[in-house]
Design a protein around this ligand. Structure first.
Ligand code: PGA
Length: 249
């Protein structure tokens, strides 16, 4: 049985005051979440605040990105050792907004994935197709290409200590959720691809769904056999919504 995981990706949202009240709201009712592990990924600059607020709770935290470099003259970048300093458990890599707005390639995402693992943190690898790729019948080919970049660089064993998030780009922030069956089909495809190399790891790896998950649709998504939780954008910014999703886990 895989542990259910619900991760809030705050993206570029928040303020000291808004974060404090959001975390207090989550903490107040976290007992209502019975099965899922809950985690939040704030903007880098708030990691210390979130660490202070979440220390000694069972809520985890992580970052939304990391540099592929170790240290030095890389203006604006954040290294993995810095994320270790702030107690991060998870690091999101390859989010579609990083891929599409900032031009991150499959190769760069694989390098970031490797960097996260080298420090003993857990990468959350995002994969997913654009609307035109789905309409052209290329969903599986795109997801396979994104996954293969990791397998080629790091090997299948690397997936044992990682999380995969399937996020169809057309469902992110649009209010259009993939149907439970559409999501399940891609999750099963991902697991099957991994199983061709190692069935034990394929069975163990958590595969989250992301893209307009809300309290009202989380239960039917998470009920699918290969969906192990969610990566949540908009609905992770309100304590009640985020907790409702956690309760479905
Ligand atoms: P959304 O974002 O829940 O707002 O669609 C999900 C994500 O981008 O991780």
């Amino acid at each position: 049985m895989r542990q259910s995981l619900v991760v809030g990706n705050w993206k570029m949202n928040g303020s000291l005051e808004a974060n404090r009240s959001l975390i207090e709201g989550i903490k107040q009712n976290i007992v209502s979440v019975k099965n899922a592990e809950m985690a939040v990924c704030p903007p880098f600059i708030y990691l210390q605040q979130i660490k202070d607020l979440l220390d000694n709770t069972n809520i985890s935290w992580g970052s939304q990105d990391v540099s592929q470099q170790d240290l030095g003259a890389f203006t604006g970048e954040i290294s993995i050792s810095m994320l270790v300093d702030f107690g991060c458990k998870y690091v999101i890599v390859g989010h579609s907004e990083r891929r599409s707005i900032y031009g991150e390639s499959d190769k760069l995402v694989a390098e970031k994935f490797a960097k996260v693992q080298s420090a003993g943190l857990i990468p959350i690898l995002c994969v997913g197709e654009l609307l035109e790729e789905r309409e052209a019948g290329n969903t599986e080919a795109v997801v396979k290409r994104q996954l293969d970049a990791i397998l080629n660089l790091q090997g299948v064993a690397s997936l044992e200590k990682s999380v995969i998030a399937y996020e169809p780009v057309w469902a992110i922030g649009t209010g259009k959720t993939a149907s439970p069956q559409q999501a399940q089909d891609v999750h099963a495809f991902i697991r099957k691809q991994i199983a061709t190399l190692d069935s034990n790891i394929a069975n163990k790896v958590q595969i989250l769904y992301g893209g307009s998950v809300k309290g009202s649709n989380a239960k039917e998504l998470f009920a699918m056999s290969d969906i192990d939780g969610g990566l949540i954008g908009g609905a992770s910014l309100k304590a009640d919504d985020f907790l409702a999703i956690g309760q479905a886990g």
